[in-house]
Design a protein around this ligand. Structure first.
Ligand SMILES: C[S@@+](CC[C@H](N)C(=O)[O-])C[C@H]1O[C@@H](n2cnc3c(N)ncnc32)[C@H](O)[C@@H]1O
Length: 214
């Protein structure tokens, strides 16, 4: 029999629900000290170490982690419960619905999408997160000059990501004339990145920003 998940949160519960966001709004959920702080959102935080590092390094910035896996969201909620991260909230949900329904236009300073599931089989391609509709919504949610970071190790997905990002008229490529970079020294590593790098897989990193003028 597999190990049962421990649902107790040993300290502050940093999780929020979609219903709470709809009812109270982000400023209330982050509290008065961060009510007008910039908002950074990571979609698909996995084990969450990247998000925790980001939030630890920038206590004056509000951080939201969105993760579809119940198990991963619970595990991170348990791990951060005893950390003094007043600036971190976790939401167990699909990134697509959070971007569409729970984030307002020009409200997000930075989006991070690190190593989204590549769905390599042809019949599963439509499950990939990076699609024109989502990227248009992400661009709309960014403040002017705000950043969208995406990374993948998967060559086929890299082609799709590159084409979709380059075609979005609200975004500019910060790495131009390079379409993407294989190494970005100032980035914090994610768990998957460390694994794939150790295996020698080619990595791809994009950094786009929202145009100042539409
Ligand atoms: C390959 S893992 C990468 C995890 C982490 N970003 C990293 O780089 O180590 C992809 C993660 O995205 C989550 N995920 C997949 N589809 C999602 C979606 N539509 N919305 C939010 N999270 C999603 C998965 O549950 C998984 O934790």
């Amino acid at each position: 029999m597999g190990r049962r998940l421990n649902h107790d949160i040993p300290g502050s519960d940093r999780r929020v629900t979609a219903e709470q966001v709809e009812e109270k709004g982000w400023p209330a959920l982050f509290g008065p000290a961060l009510a007008s702080a910039p908002l950074v959102v990571e979609i698909g935080f996995g084990r969450g170490e990247f998000l925790v590092d980001l939030a630890t390094q920038a206590p004056d910035v509000a951080h939201l982690g969105v993760e579809y896996s119940t198990k991963r969201a619970l595990k991170l909620a348990r791990r951060v419960a005893r950390l003094p991260l007043e600036n971190l909230r976790l939401l167990r949900a699909r990134g697509e619905s959070v971007v569409e329904d729970l984030l307002c236009a020009t409200s997000v300073a930075t989006f991070w999408i690190n190593f989204p599931d590549p769905w390599p089989k042809k019949r599963h391609l439509r499950r990939r997160l990076i699609q024109p509709r989502l990227v248009a919504l992400l661009a709309n949610r960014l403040i002017p000059g705000g950043s969208l970071h995406v990374a993948t190790d998967h060559e086929g997905y890299a082609e799709q990501i590159d084409a979709v990002l380059a075609a979005e008229p609200q975004l500019d490529n910060v790495y131009a004339p390079d379409p993407w970079r294989s190494q970005v020294s100032e980035r914090l590593p994610t768990a998957y990145e460390l694994e794939w790098r150790a295996e020698g897989r080619p990595l791809h990193f994009w950094h786009y920003c929202r145009r100042e003028q539409p």
